[in-house]
Design a protein around this ligand. Structure first.
Ligand code: GAL
Length: 416
């Protein structure tokens, strides 16, 4: 029955787009995201494609600046609850979408688009699972980003006589020497980037299998393994910059570029920033390796857009989502963004050497889910984890923090 309903809707969409010439779409389209300023060029490329196809639609590109959506998510919440719904908004695939707006029944089921455009065969089925529940599929993924990347400037490392470390022990061995030269071993930025670093360290300490067990509740956060993550984290934080909390992620990347710092663990939106904004050449001007101890593991996250119920310009939003999921849309967006396409038929000749290497790793590596970017755990856990992180930064006590982490896991349905 659901299939027949889906088929009818799919025919309706295809029919609609065929009958109504593209140019006949009019009015506005408001899209909402945190891709502002330096983070904007990839989104602007998509908007420009949309404008080409639908010249009579005025696109309102509403952005709220702040890496990983720290500010945008709060603004979105106010708007959604206040009835001021954008036509489409950015949300991470995984619990960030399902555990919030889907549970609250605020999204439209997009199964009809997946059927109309053959996306069931064109997006990885594991990813579709993250975007769906038994009642529907709730957003369209535009990319895959990798979180566990260590960025550096090859010429600087050569001058300093060090190599990118393959383990945290190696990092801890070279860090004092860098510090003695007045170089910050590891550049860090505002709070969310601390969580971002934590997940890379957790994978390094535990390995991908045990890391996954944290999220399915079969490995306790206060086990010896869980405590070991915080103990390693503690040692590594010794070698980060003191002004981290006042820096954006781009400013931490800048520290590496201008030789103030040796390394920065950041998602591959940094490749977008380094190439698209700073115009540096990958593998020449800047280099990368998997964050220490995580070679062969790809900590993944995916940006997606959904259709909220009550979107004022629903047809325009559906056309937006169709473009976002298309090969043309994904291959216009991702080479600028530093991510790879979520689609499996992407044209890799359009990507630089970084993008091509990420695409190869995505195929061959073990996939782990990002905590900091909505993939691994629900919003309740994420919010409480911020408090746990504060406890740790104040106390630097691995056992006490691991105990607190286990308590919030249980409170949020992990390990019950
Ligand atoms: C992530 C998002 C990326 C990038 C990054 C920095 O959460 O998935 O696309 O925008 O934040 O803001």
């Amino acid at each position: 029955m659901r299939f027949l309903k889906g088929m009818a809707l799919a025919c309706a969409v295809v029919g609609l787009l065929a009958m109504v010439g593209f140019a006949d779409f009019s009015g506005e389209l408001e899209i909402f995201s945190w891709w502002a300023g330096d983070e904007g060029p990839a989104l602007e490329a998509l908007v420009s494609l949309y404008n080409d196809n639908y010249p009579n639609v005025e696109v309102i590109n509403a952005t709220v600046t702040g890496g990983s959506g720290v500010n945008a998510k709060a603004v979105l919440k106010t708007r959604m609850l206040g009835g001021d719904v954008p036509d489409s908004f950015q949300v991470h695939a995984g619990q960030e979408l399902i555990g919030t707006w889907v549970i609250a029944d605020r999204m439209e089921d997009l199964t009809f688009l997946y059927e109309a455009y053959g996306w069931f065969n064109l997006f990885p089925s594991d990813l579709i699972e993250l975007l769906g529940t038994e009642d529907g599929i709730w957003s369209v993924p535009v990319n895959i980003h990798r979180s566990n990347v260590n960025w550096y400037i090859p010429a600087n490392l050569e001058t300093w006589g060090v190599e990118a470390p393959t383990s945290w022990d190696e990092f801890l061995a070279i860090a004092p020497g860098l510090e003695a030269k007045g170089i910050v071993p590891l550049a860090l930025a505002q709070n969310w980037t601390v969580n971002h670093l934590w997940e890379s360290i957790a994978v390094a300490v535990l390995g991908a299998d045990k890391y996954a067990q944290l999220w399915d509740g079969t490995l306790a956060f206060d086990s010896a393994d869980g405590v070991a993550i915080w103990a390693m984290f503690d040692q590594i934080l010794e070698y980060t910059n003191d002004d981290a909390s006042s820096l954006s992620w781009q400013q931490a990347t800048d520290m590496v570029v201008n030789g103030q710092a040796a390394f920065n663990i950041m998602g591959d939106w940094a490749a977008g920033y380094l190439t698209t904004t700073l115009e540096l050449e990958p593998a020449v001007d800047y280099g990368w390796v998997a964050s220490p101890g995580t070679d062969g593991v790809f900590i993944a996250l995916s940006d997606s857009f959904g259709l909220p119920q009550g979107a004022p310009n629903r047809d325009n939003a559906i056309a937006w989502l169709a473009l976002l999921g298309s090969q043309e849309g994904q291959d216009a967006f991702n080479p600028l963004k530093g991510s790879i396409a979520a689609r499996t038929d992407s044209d890799l000749t359009k990507y630089n050497v970084y993008g091509q290497s990420a695409a190869a790793d995505w195929k061959s590596d073990t996939i782990a889910g990002s905590l900091a970017h909505g993939f691994a755990a629900n919003e309740g856990f994420m919010n409480d984890f911020a408090t746990v992180m504060e406890i740790f930064l104040a106390s630097r006590d691995p056992v006490q923090t691991a105990t607190a982490a286990q308590a919030i896991a249980l409170q949020n349905g992990i390990g019950n």
